[in-house]
Ligand binder design. Structure first.
Ligand code: ADP
Ligand code: MG
Length: 242
């Protein structure tokens, strides 16, 4: 579904991605971890054309992201992206946050969009909050709205970039629970996170990045339960966060 082939990217002389190759198959959950500054956000954002790159290829559902003729807005509308800082529209109600792109981008009627919005808010446990504004919700609630908003577009895959790292600890699980449900329903997901409990529960594979490189890319059980086979860098990282 998502394929990164020898992707390299530079900021001036600084190489932020070094020959990165990996993929996310349909229905697969891939967790990306690694130290701060290792290129995780940059890599995940190449998948929806938010980060241009100079070398390599990124394919999403058979479409080459970097190719000149690719319709990036259309591609983006098919991939859900959830960021660390929710990025909801602050001046719009929760419901309008969910319906706007459905109407403007997908051409759904207001009624259809509202029905879908309500169903998704119910699913993330926020049906009672649809008339509020984002600022009236807790961080965990806002992030659940952000996930519901992404799902409203019926995405073919979901990208998450540290979706819980800006949250107070007591709110982390309410967001992870929504993500675990999504994973169990078979959503294709690429998730940058340091929540190794989440990775253990639902990841199929774990990708470990360091200094712009994919250092490890292996099945979850191998990553967690076979530490002798891990690189020194991955073991050092795990010893600090587990
Ligand atoms: P991570 O998500 O793993 O913390 P990022 O992908 O955000 O890492 O960043 C990788 C590296 O690229 C970091 O060293 C960061 O400082 C650098 N970087 C990110 N954006 C820019 C930019 N616009 N210009 C120059 N360097 C950048
Ligand atoms: Mg990041």
């Amino acid at each position: 579904m998502i394929e990164f082939k020898n992707v390299s990217k530079w900021y001036g002389d600084f190489q932020v991605l070094k020959d990165c190759t990996t993929q996310v198959s349909r229905g697969e959950v891939v967790v990306v971890c690694g130290p701060s500054g290792s290129g995780k956000s940059t890599l995940i954002k190449t998948a929806n054309g938010l980060e241009p790159f100079q070398q390599g290829e990124v394919w999403v559902d058979g479409i080459s992201v970097g190719a000149p003729g690719t319709n990036l807005p259309k591609l983006r509308s098919r991939i859900g992206m959830v960021f660390q800082h929710f990025e909801l529209f602050p001046h719009l109600s929760v419901m309008r946050n969910l319906t706007l792109a459905q109407v403007k981008v997908l051409g759904r009627s207001e009624t259809e969009a509202a029905d879908r919005g309500k169903a998704l808010l119910t699913r993330v446990g926020l049906a009672d909050h649809m008339h509020k504004f984002p600022g009236q919700l807790s961080g965990g609630q806002q992030q659940r709205v952000a996930i519901a908003r992404a799902l409203a577009m019926d995405p073919i895959a979901m990208l998450f970039d540290e979706p819980t790292s800006a949250l107070d600890p007591e709110m982390v699980n309410e967001v992870l629970d929504v993500m675990v449900d999504l994973a169990k329903e078979g959503m294709t997901m690429m998730v940058v996170t340091h929540e190794m409990g989440f990775a253990r529960k639902v990841a199929d594979r774990v990708v470990f990045m360091d200094q712009g490189q994919i250092v490890e890319d292996c099945p979850k059980l191998e990553f967690f339960d076979n530490p002798e086979a891990r690189s020194e860098r991955a073991r050092h990282f795990l010893s600090k966060i587990l």
